[in-house]
Design a protein around this ligand. Structure first.
Ligand code: FAD
Length: 358
């Protein structure tokens, strides 16, 4: 632990929704180190809008250095954890007094912000130059992408193939039905309980066979399936016994990792039974920031704040003006939920939370 006069060292592994917010909140209160292979934080809600409007990503891809003025940023992946240090892929050993695991989902995007911007431009060029688009996956990402294309490019033929029996399976059946009706009204063809063999996909082949024997012709395709958790790197660390069978980090109510007094976890990587959303990762980050400050100030473990999952609220964008909102007892579709998210897709709000101009 930090000696007299020396600030406690907090290492945060993962600079996504939860980790970046936590690191920002701990600046000034501790010697903060953020470890992330990417040089930037991405506001996930803006990903699909940026595919139809690439300049949108200028505000949603934020350099870590822009909001972390009083912290050390290590641009590398964490590969191991010992009792007192995090080891990184570029060979560094980062000692910690407190550690926070926030590695969410495995990243597949470029490590450079400039490259990520180019990726959005390439995606957009692909959409612009295609008369027909196939989207594989009917979760929130596939649905939001289908809606963005249907609204911005109404002349293009959009087909959405989903393996499951209904769209947006993380929401209720009412929401799935409203979503299907909305997409159908925008002339999106939705094929349920069918899949496309991902192993046979190529950028030149324009004919796709589904598992149901249907043939789809499309000028391009986008794969929108759930990414795996970024927890495989934890299997050989001291935390291996703290992972559940799905690779999630098991946490106590105060968000400390089971079996550890000085290691916390936040966001999608945790085993808390709730929907996995960025706004929830933020809530975790606030609880952990509070608990870290209490511990740093010498308060006992018994004084730590606990995290209570609230009512699950899910909100999906349907293009620029409409949306689909699910409260526990009410599901709304149309312009009213659209007013909450679909215009700016929470970019201004998130930037303000990170201390930046909206
Ligand atoms: C397209 C899309 C749209 C979404 N829209 C919404 C929305 O509208 N509203 C909402 O609330 N939620 C939304 N979500 C969900 C939301 O993105 C996640 O719930 C949230 O990002 C989880 O935050 P996190 O901090 O746990 O992990 P992530 O945001 O996934 O961040 C993980 C970070 O860890 C880093 N990392 C991974 N492995 C390592 C390693 N070994 N070492 C160091 N760093 C590592 C990654 O680079 C990344 O920066 C959306 C998700 C997607 C994919």
């Amino acid at each position: 632990m930090a000696g007299a006069g020396k600030k406690a060292r907090v290492v945060v592994v993962g600079g996504g929704a939860g980790g970046s917010f936590l690191a920002k909140n701990m600046q000034g209160h501790a010697d903060v180190v953020l470890v992330d292979p990417k040089e930037y934080k991405e506001i996930p809600c803006a990903e699909l809008r940026s595919m139809v409007e690439p300049s949108f990503a200028e505000r949603s891809l934020i350099y870590h250095k822009d909001y972390l003025k009083d912290a050390t940023i290590v641009t590398s992946s964490a590969v191991n954890i010992t009792e007192d240090a995090v080891l990184t892929a570029d060979g560094q050993s980062l000692p910690y007094d407190y550690l926070v695991i926030a590695t969410g989902h495995a990243f597949t995007t470029p490590v450079s912000r400039a490259e990520r911007l180019k990726e959005f431009q390439r995606d957009n060029a692909k959409i612009e130059s295609s008369e027909s688009v196939l989207i594989i996956g009917g979760g929130p990402t596939g649905v939001e992408l289908a809606a963005e294309i249907a609204v911005d490019y109404p002349g293009k033929k959009v087909t959405l193939v989903h393996r499951g029996p209904r769209l947006l399976e993380f929401m209720g059946e009412k929401a799935s039905k409203k979503c299907l009706d909305w997409l159908t009204s925008k002339k999106v063809e939705v094929l349920l309980q069918q899949s496309v063999n991902l192993g046979t996909l190529s950028d030149t082949e324009k004919v796709y066979k589904t598992s149901g024997g249907e043939t789809i012709t499309a000028d391009c395709h986008f794969v929108c399936i759930t990414r795996p958790l970024s927890s495989s790197w934890l299997h050989d660390t001291i935390l291996k016994e703290s992972l559940d069978s799905k690779g999630r980090v098991m946490v106590e109510k105060d968000l400390r990792v089971k079996g550890y007094n000085n290691i916390f976890a936040v966001g999608d990587i945790t085993d808390i039974p709730e929907i996995k959303q960025a706004y929830i990762a933020h809530k975790h980050a606030l609880v952990v920031a509070k608990n870290l400050k209490l511990l740093i100030n010498g308060l006992p473990n018994s004084k730590l704040t606990t995290y209570n999952p609230g009512y699950p609220i899910a909100l999906v964008c349907l293009g620029r003006k409409e949306g689909l909102l699910q409260f526990p007892l009410l599901t709304l579709c149309g312009w009213l939920p659209g007013k909450i998210k679909s215009g700016d897709v929470f970019v201004g709000k998130t930037r303000k939370e990170m201390g930046l101009n909206g």
